[in-house]
Design a protein around this ligand. Structure first.
Ligand code: PAF
Length: 335
């Protein structure tokens, strides 16, 4: 059977209501409107980890109700990418959601996720969907000028797939506020711009929150569903990316020259790669970029305090990892 969940598939049981169709979710949402409840929203592709749970807790503590979606979006995977093997851990996800609670303000009770939205591919893509962009038909959202840098430089078409599915999810959920993780910083900033450009009211652009990356307390590795691909030996070396970005950050501060800073960082990563090789782990950098958070243009010159997104991607064995650090003043980006 296809790994894309069909509507007829029997789901593990959950005490939290699961909505499989846009129509049924809309009915639930209408009731929330009538009761004048705020609705927070966390979009996920499942394989939940503490990063997702942190976003969920932000939503639970700031909204009357919270919807979390689980939908592995075919449109954001290139034909060569990992759609078929993307981790799917529904039973564990539902158990984690049932356990995640925050105190209900000024009462003795607790808040828990109000609804899980798990639409089918057919419901989300009524005109059908192929991963090959040249064969696609129907309506797609492109945030022109903001999807080809940084992560978009390595994954052409990725942000078109993300913007399209998130627009659909926003239309279905109509969230008051929504929460995305800093690990995917370009995604969060691009979606905020999309809300502004499309004059969305649910959410308004200022209600799309980008929350700080959750990291391993041991070595700083950014939590990600794709970390599940790492072998124990890969895992030992996976924090090299974050360490490399930190070397770049310090060199940018000290040398104030982007090319020299990136050169220094790549030299450091080369040393880490040699150590990894001794463990049979192949580390390959994809990119290190420094970009303006508003325009996404490459940053060339150092300006004291000015916000810069320092982002990177690398392969650890067969797993591709991404990470970023915001240099300078992150006000207006996070929170
Ligand atoms: O960040 C993700 O998990 C995905 O890109 C998202 C936002 C759920 C869209 O599919």
């Amino acid at each position: 059977m296809s790994r894309l969940l069909a509507a007829s598939v029997t789901l593990p049981t959950s005490t939290i209501p699961i909505f499989r169709t846009v129509a049924s979710l809309r009915e639930w949402r209408r009731k929330a409107y009538l009761e004048q409840k705020s609705v927070g929203f966390v979009a996920t592709m499942g394989a939940l980890h503490d990063g997702h749970i942190s976003l969920l807790k932000h939503s639970l503590s700031r909204n009357d109700l919270t919807v979390l979606s689980i939908f592995v979006n075919p449109a954001q995977f290139a034909p060569t990418e990992d759609l078929s093997t993307y981790p799917r851990t529904l039973e564990a996800d539902l158990a984690l959601l049932e356990q995640t609670k925050v105190p209900e303000p000024s009462t003795e009770s607790e808040r828990i996720t109000s609804a899980i939205f798990m639409p089918t591919v057919q419901d989300m893509y009524p005109s059908g969907i192929t991963q090959d962009v040249s064969g696609q038909k129907g309506t797609f959202i492109e945030v022109k000028g903001y999807g080809h840098q940084m992560e978009g430089g390595s994954r052409p078409g990725f942000f078109r797939g993300v913007a399209t599915v998130v627009t659909k999810l926003f239309n279905a959920v109509e969230p008051t506020d929504t929460y995305f993780g800093q690990k995917d910083i370009q995604q969060g900033l691009l979606l905020r711009r999309m809300c502004r450009d499309l004059l969305l009211s649910h959410p308004e652009p200022g209600h799309l929150h980008i929350m700080p990356t959750v990291r391993s307390p041991v070595d700083g590795l950014a939590l990600s569903s794709r970390n599940a691909y790492l072998s124990p030996n890969d895992r030992k070396h996976a924090s090299s990316l974050y360490a490399t970005l930190n070397v770049c950050k310090d060199a940018w501060r000290d040398l104030r020259d982007k090319n020299l800073a990136i050169e220094k960082a790549l030299a450091y990563l080369k040393e880490r790669s040699s150590a990894a090789e001794a463990d049979g782990v192949l580390i390959k950098p994809d990119y290190i970029h420094m970009n303006d958070p508003d325009t996404f243009d490459d940053v060339q010159t150092y300006e004291e305090g000015k916000a810069v997104i320092l982002s990177g991607a690398m392969w650890v064995g067969k797993t591709r990892l991404i990470d970023n650090i915001i240099l300078g003043n992150a006000e207006g980006i996070l929170g």
